[in-house]
Write a protein that binds this ligand. Structure first.
Ligand SMILES: [Zn+2]
Length: 357
């Protein structure tokens, strides 16, 4: 139904037992009734075929509403013709104990609010613009609506009146929880722990094309980064055209996947030409830090980091690089340790690169 236009769920207009028009009198209140039974709209229609009574509206226990007498006409509801002419009358189906259901209470009170607005009667108040049948003639009607449910009913009518007049605003819909899209790497790689710290840096490095998986399904986050992979990762991150740097390389014959990256890296001083490159060896954390440090042009660190108990284990050749990496936040301590000589895992490499960039 529509509580503003007061179009009910169903119209089932009586052809008897009401009076046309209102004798020129204005509507001044809403009369409240109960069925003294649990009737439907059709049930009321049937009863009022023989009984010389009527009301404008019936509200069923389900909350379904029906119009039986048009608002412009006079229903025979209150046992007082003058009062009938001056009122809209609403019937409510009730349970055996005289109470009405929550649905009937809500819809009935909402309809009361709608009529109070429609006829300019003001905010619903018992005895002012909302009148129980028993206040006009001797009857038990409207049962518990004007008994145990008296306050609940009028408060609901006032609530709807306030809502409909804009005196109170409906609670804003809570903002939906933002749905974090599944990182692409989790859709692709089957060997990543979705709750791990490394998801974000790996997501970034894969998205940017710095690091690829071994194949379409495996990233190997805990596997050591080989020195060859370290060079390729940095070459990818440089976004340079590596083919400009192809030249004969003494230790490594052309052919491996990392060959162009290695030529570039040697030219850039990222790895030394004099090194025995050991492409398949695991890069230590210190070695990968050195590669990154060299790539960045060997900036001088401000000083030695403090608070790392294993700083003394950092090889001399890596001290500047490790100090710089700590200073730039490229390398985080692992449980407060730098672990410079431990193999750098592929996940750690992704994190270091992501931190640097
Ligand atoms: Zn009544």
């Amino acid at each position: 139904m529509n509580f503003e236009t007061l179009d009910m769920d169903v119209n089932l207009i009586l052809d008897k037992h009401f009076s046309e028009g209102r004798g020129g009198k204005p509507v001044g209140f809403v009369g409240i009734h109960y069925n003294a039974g649990n009737l439907t709209v059709e049930g009321c229609y049937s009863v009022w075929q023989t009984r010389e009574a009527s009301a404008h509206i019936q509200v069923e226990s389900s909350g379904r509403s029906g119009q039986l007498v048009w608002d412009r006409d006079t229903a025979w509801a209150l046992g007082n013709f003058d009062k009938n002419q001056r009122s809209i009358n609403i019937e409510h189906a009730n349970m055996a104990d005289g109470t009405i259901t929550e649905q009937a209470l809500d819809v009935g009170a909402h309809i009361v609010a709608g009529y109070c607005i429609l006829y300019g009667l003001g905010r619903p108040e018992w005895g002012v613009n909302v009148i129980p049948h028993k206040a006009i003639s001797p009857t038990s009607c409207p049962g518990e609506i004007y008994g145990s449910q008296k306050e609940a009913y009028i408060q609901r009518a006032q609530y709807w009146y306030d809502m409909m007049t804009g005196a109170i605003q409906p609670e804003p819909e809570p903002e939906p929880e933002p749905v974090t899209p599944l990182p692409d790497v989790l859709k692709r790689f089957v060997d990543l722990d979705p709750d791990s710290w490394y998801i974000a840096p790996i997501e970034e490095c894969v998205r940017e094309g710095y690091i690829n998986g071994y194949d379409h399904e495996h990233f190997g986050p805990s596997n050591p980064l080989t020195r060859a992979q370290g060079v390729v990762v940095i070459a990818n991150a440089s976004r340079e055209d590596l083919t400009d740097y192809l030249e004969p390389f003494e230790d490594v014959a052309p052919g491996p996947y990392y060959y162009t990256a290695l030529c570039w890296a040697v030219d850039k001083g990222i790895v030394s030409e004099q090194d025995n490159f050991r492409p398949d060896d695991a890069a230590t954390r210190a070695e990968f830090a050195c590669m990154l440090h060299n790539w960045r042009g060997n900036p001088a660190p401000a000083g030695e980091p403090t608070g790392y108990p294993d700083w003394a284990e950092v090889p001399d050749w890596a001290k500047d690089a490790m100090a710089w990496a700590v200073e730039k936040g490229v390398i985080g301590g692992s449980d407060g340790k730098l672990l410079p000589n431990s193999a750098c895992s592929r996940a750690e490499a992704a994190a270091m690169l992501a931190n640097l960039l």
